[in-house]
Design a protein around this ligand. Structure first.
Ligand code: PLP
Length: 450
């Protein structure tokens, strides 16, 4: 016999439902209503909506104005004031670091699809449920992005994550070195090269490997007992050239740094299939601050040694960073998977075209030579769009090009940092539109004075 609902039972059920509705574990009136997420979402959107005159950004974790709870605008170089509206023309252009702010407008246009909101108890443990530090779903997305772009072969290979590719560079050196202090591996690179290969190798000061200078010193000399580890950056930082390894022989192992092997910065002539390749989200989506890179590795033993390194070092990449990368890659692969690349390429190509126009009027400065090339991703010949300008001072007396540009209000990076001559300076083209516009103006003025 069915029990009758007494008034006491009824009021108990109602109280129970109110509690469940309030704690949002229940569908109220047939509709799910957010509770704890609403405030967090409102706050995130309110901060992101602070305009900072378009010349700065306010962040959730930024400073708060005294006496208000409104975050302070962090202004772009040469802009100041509480809303970043004051422009100062006698301030230097920032063309130094490779912060990839050029991709910010893309993410602003994709604000809704790229946002994430996490609960206070999101993945508190050290590992995923399979006991690893690596999100298998993120591995799947990374493979998918590579297959859409056609820039790397991932089938049958191992993937490992690092806190940026910076961590993986040394993990790779460690993994490729013999565990023998009698005959440490010789780590080399070809100038001009990304300085971290040298500085990091020297800093860790291992008995198993040491930095041994430019590859040119070792050409045709690799038949000794030593293992050679050659860093190859392709496209190269600073000059944007698609390079190949120089050293040959059974003792030579290569680390291919593919940070810039994306349609933003280069044509993709074919998928890269090197034994050990390193990529990074920093130059793909522009989220350098998230610190997530990945290595694609052919050899299982090398993969396992790199895993050990990561285990000893950081126990994997933050789960929040992996979640964020997942969300961002989800946007990258949306639709035909071309939107981000089209935006990034056209921005970088336009910047290169503007820069080239100015430098073409100069006899004092020159740029690296890059040619149009067929791109299998865009399925057409495409113009160059490098991440950096590798500027040369052509006058005999201009021995320190960095100082010449600095005197004209342009801060780049000296050639010697890249183990090249100081007649060269690297100018970053991947920063914000404000930084780029200021750089272009300063260069125009400098060239006009010739
Ligand atoms: C060639 C190259 N490799 C690696 C990195 C480091 O990237 P990540 O942010 O992934 O550590 C950079 C950063 O500018 C780079 O230019």
């Amino acid at each position: 016999m069915a029990k009758r609902t007494t008034p006491m039972n009824l009021s108990f059920i109602m109280i129970f439902m109110i509690v469940l509705c309030a704690s949002n574990m229940f569908v109220c009136r047939g509709e799910w209503e957010p509770s704890w997420s609403s405030k967090a979402a409102e706050k995130a959107e309110a901060v992101a909506a602070i305009p900072c005159s378009g010349h700065g950004r306010a962040y959730l974790d930024g400073l708060i104005l005294k006496g208000h709870d409104e975050p302070v605008c962090e202004c772009h170089q040469c802009y100041s004031g509480s809303d970043c509206s004051k422009f100062s023309s006698d301030c230097a252009a920032n063309a130094g670091s490779g912060d990839p702010y050029f991709l910010e407008p893309f993410w602003m246009r994709h604000a809704a699809s790229s946002a994430i909101l996490v609960s206070g108890w999101h993945r508190m443990g050290y590992t995923y449920s399979d006991g690893s530090y690596i999100s298998e779903l993120l591995v799947k997305y990374i493979k998918n992005v590579h297959s859409i772009v056609g820039n790397a072969i991932t089938e049958g290979k191992y993937i490992i994550f690092g806190s940026g590719s910076t961590q993986l560079l040394n993990a790779a050196v460690y993994a490729l070195s013999p565990n023998s202090s009698d005959s440490p591996a010789k780590v080399v690179a070809t100038a001009p090269y990304y300085p971290v290969y040298r500085t990091q190798t020297e800093f860790f000061n291992s008995r198993d490997y040491s930095y041994e200078g430019d590859t040119s010193l070792w050409k045709n000399k690799t038949d000794s007992n030593s293992i050679f580890i050659e860093f190859v950056t392709s496209p190269n930082n600073p000059d944007g050239k698609l390079t190949r390894g120089i050293l040959e022989g059974p003792n030579v192992k290569s680390i291919y740094d593919r940070a810039y092997y994306w349609p933003h910065f280069t044509a993709i002539p074919s998928p890269a299939d090197d034994d050990l390749m390193v990529f990074t989200i920093s130059k793909l989506t522009g989220h350098a601050g998230s610190r997530l890179g990945w290595a694609i590795i052919k050899d299982k033993a090398v993969y396992q040694k790199m895993l050990t390194y990561l285990d000893m070092n950081t126990m994997g990449v933050s789960r929040e960073a992996q979640l964020r990368a997942l969300k961002l890659l989800d946007v990258v692969v949306e639709g035909d998977g071309k939107q981000l690349f089209q935006f990034a390429y056209s921005t970088m190509r336009d910047r290169w075209t503007r820069l080239k126009q100015i430098i073409s009027k100069s006899k004092r400065f020159s740029l690296q030579k890059l040619s149009p090339q067929y791109c299998t991703f865009f399925k057409r010949q495409r113009d160059p769009s490098p991440a950096y300008a590798w500027v040369k001072c052509e006058r005999q007396q201009d021995k320190n090009c960095y100082e010449i540009l600095e005197a004209a209000g342009i801060n780049g990076r000296e050639g010697s940092l890249y183990s090249a001559d100081n007649r060269y300076v690297r100018l970053s083209l991947i920063r914000s539109q404000d930084d780029f516009d200021i750089l272009i103006n300063k260069l125009k003025n400098l060239v006009a004075k010739e």
